[in-house]
Design a protein around this ligand. Structure first.
Ligand code: C5P
Length: 227
């Protein structure tokens, strides 16, 4: 069954935690991304764990294998349940990330590989001629071979990727209720479309965070997910 993740994309730790308290018991997962982690650091991960959330650290790691392996272990020790690294970091980087988790106590975090960002449309990926959907599928096949737990892609690509890579879970941002602003996202789907595509995790930021009632926005998304 698909699960909703709220992206706490706010410029202030207190605001992030106030939002998390408001949505406690309605959403199982919170996402901490570049903005919040840069300003609040690991203490926000601990605070979210204490509130009972599963924590997704979305730093989209991309570096040499040793650096990424050590950062992945640091995230595991900080109590993260899921994290992202770029598939484009290649086989050795992904393998080192996986191996580093053998030193982590308890259940290791799920490793998700970023394929083609949902903000990319055709012709926008630097140095890559392929269509985003084809590129995402090619990287998903690699991610499966490299034993990642899942990949990040657009909901538009999830069904095809899951058919080709049955062991992978799909995590999809770029989720928009019909009629709501896409912002910088390009390959968007509605919550109902995402569920119909077989998406496992829906990541939603602005439609919740920028709403005058984040709890109502979450309820509307959850209702659409069950249609
Ligand atoms: O506000 P919005 O719903 O577009 O937020 C989507 C979230 O998912 C953001 O936090 C963004 O960093 C993240 N994300 C994404 N595309 C990816 C991976 C993560 O939009 N490929």
């Amino acid at each position: 069954m698909a699960q909703l993740i709220v992206a706490l994309d706010v410029p202030d730790k207190d605001r992030a935690l106030a939002l998390a308290r408001e949505l406690r018991g309605i959403v199982p997962w919170c996402k901490v991304g570049l903005e919040l982690f840069t300003l609040a650091g690991p203490s926000v991960l601990e605070a979210l764990n204490t509130l009972g959330y599963k924590v997704f650290l979305d730093l989209k790691m991309y570096d040499i294998p040793n650096t990424v392996g050590r950062a992945v272990l640091a995230a595991a020790l900080a109590g993260v349940d899921m994290l992202t690294l770029h598939c484009q970091g290649g086989e050795r980087m992904c393998a080192t990330a996986r191996e580093s988790l053998s030193a982590a106590p308890g259940a290791p975090p799920l490793l998700f590989g970023v394929t083609a960002l949902t903000s990319f449309m055709s012709g926008e990926m630097p140095g890559i001629d392929a269509q985003p959907a084809d590129f995402a599928l090619a990287l998903a096949l690699k991610a499966q071979e490299w034993r990642l737990d899942g990949i990040v892609c657009s909901g538009r690509e999830a069904a095809k990727i899951k058919a080709a890579c049955p062991r992978l879970r799909c995590l999809c941002p770029g989720i928009r209720l019909s009629g709501s602003a896409a912002g910088d996202q390009r390959r968007v789907v509605t919550p109902a479309e995402a569920v119909a595509e077989g998406v496992d995790f829906l990541v939603v930021g602005r439609p919740i965070v920028a709403s005058s009632s984040p709890a109502n926005a979450v309820r509307q998304i959850l209702a659409e997910m069950t249609i």
